[in-house]
Design a protein around this ligand. Structure first.
Ligand SMILES: *[C@@H]1O[C@H](CO)[C@@H](O)[C@H](O)[C@H]1NC(C)=O
Ligand SMILES: *[C@@H]1O[C@H](CO)[C@@H](O)[C@H](O)[C@H]1NC(C)=O
Length: 359
């Protein structure tokens, strides 16, 4: 018995440390490769209707060695899913190609054919960096990290979806191509480049969220909401982003019928926007209407434009700033001293707690 103990101990250490390198060159390799703490993914095509799903060891290092193309099929997706704690994923600048052009019909997830979405389901803590997503069928990243996650140097290129195609009736073919859909805590997204046809980021609930130094082109801007019943958003920093040719630059939208919900502690700093088509800044409690009858069930407080100047230039015909609060749902003093919006026309602001700003 005694003689066996060191052997068992050595075996236990060997099994728990798993110092192997797992290499993935097809879906058949995944189940054994993810037992290792080092995982290398070579370029290959994921068969249509399958998810490339990595359920990783804690502390795993994942590196991409080539481009991944996802086969096309009408199904729900996701195309990629990754889970684990303290993971480092490095795409090495390689591409995940969703072949969105095969699906796009101008209707996104609202109609037409079934499109796999989200394309990318991220359920890791740690870091996720240096990956390009090309042509997502609809929504790109959905993030629900178990602990602090920093996503950086990501590219989303859905620029081809700006054009109409034979199925889109003259509209942009890409639709509902949200960059990041976020309902989570302790998340930083930075230094990324997003070209799409919907929200650059939509924060639906959560706290301690930072979105900084990103570039958003072509879509619906940086959005908090739509806020639904029971959702709480707090502690959000939106800073140093560049927003070009979007419908809105910066937006908070809450559902008119939502209850027991709140948005608080949002700071905008050093953001720059040009070519904004509808609203420079819009805070609207009447969703799904725009500037309709607002509800009172989502409390909004502590929304500031402070620190470095936020400089927003809107197109002619667009409104500079619109605030449509419920009769009693917005509260406190909001410091908007670092906001400058030019061009277009004056919007309507109906909350009196906004200080240090006039349009
Ligand atoms: C926002 O500004 C108000 C008024 O100056 C201040 O009381 C509050 O602490 C600020 N909030 C944040 C998150 O900085
Ligand atoms: C803002 O305007 C809407 C629409 O007219 C109105 O229902 C709401 O009570 C107003 N809110 C405030 C704070 O005056």
């Amino acid at each position: 018995m005694l003689a066996l103990t060191p052997i068992l101990l050595a075996l236990a250490i060997f099994v728990s440390a798993s110092p192997c390198t797992g290499t993935i060159s097809s879906l058949d390799d995944v189940s054994s490769a993810v037992k290792c703490t080092t995982v290398v993914i070579n370029g290959f095509t994921v068969p249509a209707g399958k998810t490339l799903q990595l359920d990783l060891q804690s502390g795993a290092q994942v590196t991409l060695n080539g481009d991944i193309t996802f086969g096309t099929k009408e199904w729900a997706g996701p195309l990629f899913q990754i889970s684990g704690t303290n993971v480092n994923f490095n795409g090495n600048g390689h591409t995940f190609n969703g072949q969105g052009e095969w699906y796009w019909d101008g209707q996104g997830s609202n109609g037409g054919t079934t499109k796999p979405h989200p394309m990318m389901k991220i359920k890791v803590s740690g870091t996720f960096t240096n990956l390009k997503v090309l042509n997502s069928p609809a929504h790109v990243y959905s993030v629900s990290n178990p602990a602090q996650l920093t996503m950086s140097k990501l590219t989303i290129d859905n620029s081809a979806g700006d054009q109409s195609n034979s199925k889109s009736g003259g509209k942009a073919a890409g639709h509902n191509t949200d960059g990041f859909d976020v309902s989570t805590t302790d998340l930083t997204i930075e230094d990324s480049v997003i070209h799409n046809q919907d929200d650059c980021i939509a924060i639906n609930k959560g706290k301690n969220i930072v979105f900084q130094r990103n570039t958003c082109t072509g879509g619906h801007g940086i959005s908090i909401g739509s806020i639904s019943t029971g959702a709480t958003v707090s502690g959000v920093t939106i800073s140093g982003n560049t927003i070009t040719n979007n419908d809105q630059a910066l937006r908070i939208k809450t559902k008119s019928d939502a209850t027991s919900a709140s948005v608080s502690g949002v700071t905008y700093s050093g953001n720059t926007a040009t070519g904004i088509r509808k609203f420079g800044v819009i805070i609207d409690q009447s969703y799904p209407s725009t500037l309709g009858t607002p509800g009172n069930g989502v409390k909004i407080s502590d929304i500031n434009f402070t620190g470095s100047k936020n400089t927003i230039s809107v197109a002619s015909g667009a409104s500079r700033v619109a605030v449509n609060c419920g009769s009693s749902s917005c509260s406190g003093t909001w410091d908007w001293s670092a906001l400058s919006v030019t061009g277009g026309k004056t919007g309507q602001i109906n909350y009196s707690g906004i200080k240090n700003f006039s349009q």
